[in-house]
Design a protein around this ligand. Structure first.
Ligand SMILES: [Zn+2]
Length: 313
């Protein structure tokens, strides 16, 4: 049987597994990410994960490896992670050349593709998820940060070396003085990520109430009617809605799919997003547009990474 090895590098853990052409997963393995150390420690830990999985593959035919990496920025051409905010010890790490060298020592030569994890997530939706029925759609991941991937004509739009569609860094400014824009990790002001990520939800709730709570607790409070918690989610949905308006008017998308940890709060976010998109998108485009949330599963990252092989095949 032909298999693809998918590797999902996250800030906390690195997951890997084999995906068959139908998207079934076998031989999953997870290790911690030593992202605070240095390139050498990180790359060796990554290779240990891959080596362990190769040993589990048996005599299956391995047609390639796809790697979803944090960033930005990455360099798909050189196969490098340039920098990643959740892996401060890793800089200019030559991920693909390093793995290629290790594989060649085992007499193996396979295709290896690396891309941003949100780009990989978008491809995962196209091949194995709810993006199957669309040709032109965006995936926006709502987690600790906000990421995104764009599928145009059933291909990933990667931009120059894999850094396209950083939807989390589109600036959005809520009107009025009681919602001051926050400084983003990227250095800019008022990025979508500073509002509509778990981090943004926590920060604005703390600003309004002085209380520190997790985003999931704030979501529960909002559902129970807490005015400040409701306001925080209203602002997040408002910001997401305005980004959807821009995306649809530029790209005439058929669908926008939200995923990631905050997808659990879809009952709070989706009505706000829909209120804005209903009001502001050309009716002709709006009537064909589908906006929905999907929570995915713990293997979505591995499947997305593996699907990088299909896009470039
Ligand atoms: Zn930013």
């Amino acid at each position: 049987m032909s298999l693809i090895l998918g590797i999902d590098i996250g800030g906390t853990t690195m997951k890997g597994g084999f995906i068959d052409p139908k998207g079934n997963l076998t031989a999953r393995h997870v290790v911690p990410t030593p992202g605070k150390e240095n390139n050498e420690v990180f790359l060796n830990a990554l290779w240990e994960l891959i080596r362990e999985l190769l040993d589990l593959a048996g005599d299956a035919e391995l047609i390639g490896m796809g790697i979803g990496a944090p960033g930005p920025p990455i360099h798909t051409g050189k196969g490098m992670i340039i920098e990643a905010s959740n892996m401060p010890g890793v800089k200019n790490a030559p991920v693909v050349p390093f793995i290629r060298e290790k594989l060649s020592q085992r007499g193996m030569d396979i295709k290896i593709k690396i891309n941003n994890d949100a780009n990989a997530a978008a491809l995962g939706q196209l091949y194995f998820g709810q993006g199957k029925e669309f040709s032109n759609f965006a995936v926006i991941t709502l987690g600790t940060g906000v990421g995104g991937g764009l599928i145009l004509n059933k291909r990933l739009f990667s931009g120059f070396h894999g850094n396209a569609f950083e939807a989390g860094h589109i600036p959005v400014f809520y009107p009025g003085n009681d919602v001051p824009p926050r400084r983003c990790g990227c250095g800019s002001l008022g990025c979508l990520e500073t509002i509509a990520s778990a981090t943004g939800i926590k920060a604005y709730y703390q600003l309004f109430t002085g209380q520190e709570k997790r985003s999931i607790e704030i979501a529960d409070l909002a559902k129970a009617g807490d005015a400040d918690a409701k306001k925080v989610f209203h602002i997040a949905g408002w910001a997401l809605g305005h980004v959807c308006v821009s995306l649809v008017h530029i790209l005439n998308l058929e669908a926008i799919i939200f995923t990631g940890g905050l997808a659990k709060a879809k009952d709070l976010l989706l009505p706000e997003i829909e209120a804005i998109t209903q009001e502001r998108i050309f009716p002709f485009l709006r009537d064909r547009l589908k906006i929905f949330f999907t929570e995915g599963d713990e293997n979505s990252g591995i499947k997305g990474a593996a699907s990088l092989l299909f896009d470039y095949a």
